[in-house]
Design a protein around this ligand. Sequence first.
Ligand SMILES: [Zn+2]
Length: 278
Amino acid sequence: MPEGDALYRFARRVDAALAGKVILAARAHGPGPVPQVERLTGAMCLGARSFGKNLFIEFDNGLALRGHLRMYGTWHVYRPGQPWSRPESEARLVLEVADAVVVNFSAPVIELLETRALTLHRPIAGLGPDLIADDFDPAEALERLRDPLRADLTIGDAVMDQQVMAGVGNIWKHETLFRCGVYPWRRVRDMSDEELLGLIQTARDLLRASVGKPNGRGLARRPEMYVYLRAGQPCRRCGTKILSAPQGVDIRLTAWCPRCQPPPPGCAGPGLSPGRRR
Ligand SMILES: [Zn+2]
């Protein structure tokens, strides 16, 4: 699933292709609700930006597009006349300007909204601060993590909660927990503010490194993967075999190093998922 860093890169490409240009043609296709994007024809694009895993494209006629890719969606930019890598039947959205064609393939969410209503739109209104943004506020993310509703969540689920902080998906969940030495099944209520702030800052550093932005750790552009998709292989740090178990409401596998991320005494493991308690 594309995470905040992938969406940031998509937004940069879409912005470079569309910003300041007049939309010559716009069309959308199902499955699902088809937004009336013909209303964008003749409007000028004001720019594209990401927020967490969302991509927004705004126009000078008061309208904005929101796209969310979930598992399989992607954004492509082509020159006019250039062959596409996938058939138009798979395109959800096509936007044409004089020198570029922007195509979204397979996004389950493409919505046309009024720009002034964006902040009230339900899927966006509750989002936590965007981890990649220059003005990200770790204290706000901590406050959201400390919401009593989240006290019983495992930390592996909580760091992916987009209403805590926007941008972390399954990949950066894994790598953030490993780098902080945190066992994925610890409960939020059992962790100190210092530990939670360490996780928040590490997630931000990893995402910003991935898009080439300055980060607190001086991390390189493509941070090495320590545990994501490495179950059964030796830990790159200590050599112990990486374990994995299902976690969260979507019961996807979480991998961790039992030596670098040991459970604290008395901490319940994968057998007691918070899903059973809710
Ligand atoms: Zn290890």
